[in-house]
Design a protein around this ligand. Structure first.
Ligand SMILES: Cc1ncc(COP(=O)(O)O)c(C=O)c1O
Length: 453
């Protein structure tokens, strides 16, 4: 792990990143496999587009530039990159093979750990990614209740069921599919009740992220729990982002509201590909009914199971969550103090919970608009990102600290952010933010496009 000292070279280059991005544009539609990793999400020409290696809280791009990692690979890294206990478990497992004609016993060890840790978990079924388990949860709820409609809020993945009623992302999905998905607003219990009124006796489940950047208000989680019970629908928490991160038992433990089913993926194996649907026995047993089908060749892959087993053991034995909350709080509050120090408190703010917060920019600052058709918040985010990347902090918006982040990482990050905010302040004062940008404006984020935060 690094000692937190940043070496900012005046000869910083991202030429190899640029070359790889060009190659990727020719070979790979969208140039990446995750929307949020697309080169368009960064300041092309200044930001790296490809990372070569990572250790603890640090990353190195293909040009050898070092960064403090800010968002843990979009969530999967919980303990830190190449965390020794996980790497050792994976290395040992690799020597015994990866996939077999029958299951490896590790799947029972990991399932038992999840049952021990997670309030709603009585049975567990594995998969590879968040998409798999959110979609399985919805199908299971429909099979159990004999109803068709899923009431939902938040991002749950790319399958038809989740994207059918998002007009800007529904190409390739037959129109009728959208009839079976109904959207509500987080923290607006009336918008959930309305879906039950509009679809009498036909709502199978409420599927929600338990928390976003904003906290649950007016007992929202307790209210959806009660509503689901009253209407004989299932309550599903999508804990793909919050699972094993807010508490050993996830956000359901942190907020003390127990769903019927819950979805895990990111963080459960510190970066290895595995997901789990967990829930109450009465519902989970539906997966075993003759007329229900779920099967996945790689769901029993022993390597990510070994990684999950090691990761969950560390969670059970060490103060991972205390550390993550402490580091996250120092970063979030430290950023807001910096902004206030530089008179930018109306321009930018870090919001959210310490395990996942985001730095955003105001969308209305009349004096600084460079052209009539450029959003000022996107321009400021681009300029801030450019400067943060040049200062050795891999800012992407969202912040997800890991167990490997140290006090010196907090210092290095806030030092990089101070420099970036000073440039933002200067650009705003000069009233021409656009002229400070050395690369392309960042594109809309996935969460902006899905209306999520
Ligand atoms: C809350 C939530 N659910 C589901 C998903 C989809 O997970 P995956 O990309 O692993 O399929 C994501 C991914 O960002 C997510 O944040």
């Amino acid at each position: 792990m690094s000692d937190g000292q940043q070496t900012i070279s005046s000869e910083r280059s991202v030429q190899r990143s640029r070359d790889l991005a060009e190659r990727a544009r020719r070979l790979v539609p969208g140039a990446s496999h995750t929307g949020s990793k697309s080169p368009t999400q960064f300041v092309q020409g200044v930001s790296p587009t490809h990372i070569e290696r990572a250790e603890g809280s640090r990353l190195w791009d293909v040009d050898g530039n070092e960064y403090v990692d800010c968002n843990a690979a979009l969530g999967p890294i919980l303990l830190g990159h190449n965390y020794p206990a996980v790497t050792d478990a994976v290395t040992e497992q690799l020597e015994d093979g990866t996939m077999y004609t029958m299951e490896h016993p590790l799947h029972l060890d990991v399932a038992e750990k999840i049952v021990d840790m997670v309030p709603c978990a009585e049975m567990v079924k594995f998969a590879k990614s968040g998409n798999d388990v959110t979609t399985l949860a919805a199908k299971l709820a429909r099979a159990y209740t004999g109803r068709d409609v899923v009431a939902t809020q938040g991002y749950h993945g790319w399958p038809d069921i989740w994207m059918s009623n998002n007009d800007s992302m529904s190409a390739g999905i037959p129109d009728p599919v959208s009839e079976y998905t109904a959207s509500f607003e987080y923290n607006d219990i009336e918008s959930v009740e309305q879906i039950f009124e509009d679809n009498p006796d036909d709502v199978a489940a409420i599927v929600t992220t338990p928390v976003n950047l904003e906290p649950p208000e007016d007992d929202f989680l307790e209210e959806v729990r009660e509503l689901a019970d009253r209407e004989d629908a299932l309550l599903v928490f999508d804990e793909v982002l919050t699972g094993f991160r807010f508490a050993p038992g996830g956000a359901q433990e942190y907020f003390d509201v127990t769903p019927d089913l819950t979805c895990f993926a990111k963080a459960m194996a510190n970066g290895y590909s595995i997901a789990a649907l967990a829930g109450k026995r009465e519902f989970m047993e539906v997966i075993d009914h003759n007329d229900f089908f779920y099967s996945m060749t790689y769901a029993g892959d022993a390597v990510p199971l070994a990684a999950a087993d090691a990761t969950l053991s560390v969670l059970q034995e060490e103060p991972v969550h205390e550390h993550i909350f402490d580091i996250g709080e120092q970063l979030r509050d430290g950023y807001n103090e910096l902004a206030a120090d530089l008179g930018l408190e109306d321009v930018t703010e870090a919001t959210g919970y310490p395990p996942r917060f985001s730095i955003g920019f105001a969308d209305e600052i009349a004096t600084a608009a460079p052209t009539d058709d450029t959003d000022i918040d996107r321009l400021l985010r681009s300029l801030f990102m450019q400067e943060a990347h040049k200062n050795g902090v891999l800012y992407t918006g969202s912040h997800i600290p890991t167990y490997s982040h140290s006090e010196s990482d907090v210092e290095a990050t806030l030092a990089g952010y101070r420099g970036a905010l000073e440039t933002v302040a200067e650009a705003l004062e000069n009233g021409d933010v656009g002229s400070y940008l050395e690369g392309d404006l960042v594109g809309a984020t996935l969460r902006e496009r899905t209306g999520d935060d």
